[in-house]
Design a protein around this ligand. Structure first.
Ligand code: 13P
Ligand code: SF4
Length: 332
């Protein structure tokens, strides 16, 4: 599992040594804009007893400059369950902030931009889940963590890209409903004997990759290793050298140390891994997640200065949605 940068820069000396690490992915002109915000955010965190949980898709100045905990959705949920700070800032999309709030209902949880959504979370409603349950009575429902708290509250257990097969099999039944990511479910179905009833949601970033695009990159970069996220279509996963969660992808790079690699996922992932591996050539797919990219240093600073935007979840949803997340965490 990754850990955040040990440097939490506030002083000019700290900022200088941080930039030494980041200069391969951040230009001097960008750094001149970022450095004052990084110093201010790190000072505000101390003042407010705040921690920043940052997803792997955050830009490098956030990921390496101000985050206290970095990781995939599973790591962030696990860490959120153990936090003791007064304020939790989630540098990620809305469902991630809701997950942190579910696990910390009495703490202040802030999301720098509440409009940072997710095409998967938008693809299914609580009514859809109730209709599936009515159509398949007695079949347990696994929900990808990329869903609203209202959808989680209707489901039996959550999963992430890092544990989906394990969660499906932990239920010990022959048939499971898996929502909302159709591609993730198809990729899991290829690895398990459990029959999956699948929903049709897609990630607007990962659905853009195709075997033809991969073939083009392989032709242009002989010897290229390709690592895919399981939200990619199954034919893309099959044409890749490995598929795993965002943490799984970076762990694969660290373990296999390829000369040239392409991470088939949101573009900031490559920058964040490349900072610690200047000897590896990263061929970048230029696909940003428009929702993740709404989180910036400026919006994080504003969140800490103004104590906004506070994540609230209705009392009626907290217990059932939290149960689905905690059941997942308990699977290990
Ligand atoms: P991970 O849990 O693998 O980090 O994925 C979250 C996500 O939103 C991928 O698009
Ligand atoms: Fe959602 Fe896809 Fe963005 Fe991840 S990359 S937050 S799944 S839209």
């Amino acid at each position: 599992m990754q850990s955040a940068s040990p440097i939490k820069a506030c002083s000019p000396e700290d900022l200088d040594s941080l930039y030494q690490r980041l200069q391969t992915v951040i230009t001097p002109a960008e750094w001149a804009r970022f450095a004052p915000d990084i110093a201010a955010i790190n000072a505000l965190k101390k003042e407010r007893r705040a921690v920043i949980l940052a997803h792997n898709y955050m830009t490098p100045e956030i990921y390496h400059g101000v985050a206290d905990v970095v990781g995939d959705s599973l790591a962030l949920a696990r860490k959120a369950a153990l936090i003791e700070a007064d304020v939790i800032v989630v540098a990620g999309v809305h469902f991630m902030a809701e997950t942190a709030k579910l696990l910390n209902p009495d703490r202040t949880v802030l999301i720098p931009d509440p409009t940072a959504g997710c095409s998967l979370a938008d693809s299914i409603t609580p009514e859809d889940v109730r209709a599936l349950r009515a159509k398949h009575p007695g079949v347990p429902i696994v929900t990808y963590v990329n869903t609203s708290a209202a959808v989680k509250a209707e489901c039996d257990i959550c999963c992430t890209s890092g544990n989906a097969k394990q969660i499906v099999e932990s239920l010990g039944v022959p048939e499971v409903i898996m929502v909302p990511d159709g591609f993730l479910a198809q990729n899991v179905a290829r690895q398990t004997d459990v029959k999956l009833i699948i929903w049709h949601g897609h990630c607007e970033v990962h659905e853009r990759f195709s075997p033809q695009i991969l073939a083009g990159y392989r032709a242009a970069h002989p010897g290229l290793s390709i690592v895919a996220h399981p939200e990619c279509p199954p034919d893309v996963v099959q044409a890749s050298d490995f598929a795993g969660s965002t943490v799984g992808m970076s762990d694969w790079v660290v373990q296999h140390h390829p000369e040239k690699v392409m991470l088939l996922t949101e573009l900031s992932m490559s920058d964040n891994v490349a900072v610690d591996h200047p000897e590896i050539t990263f061929v970048r797919p230029s696909v940003p997640c428009p929702h993740m990219k709404k989180i910036t240093l400026a919006s994080i600073r504003r969140a800490l200065e103004t104590n906004t935007h506070q994540v609230e979840i209705s009392q009626a949803l907290i217990a059932p949605a939290r149960r689905a997340v905690e059941r997942m965490i308990a699977v290990g």
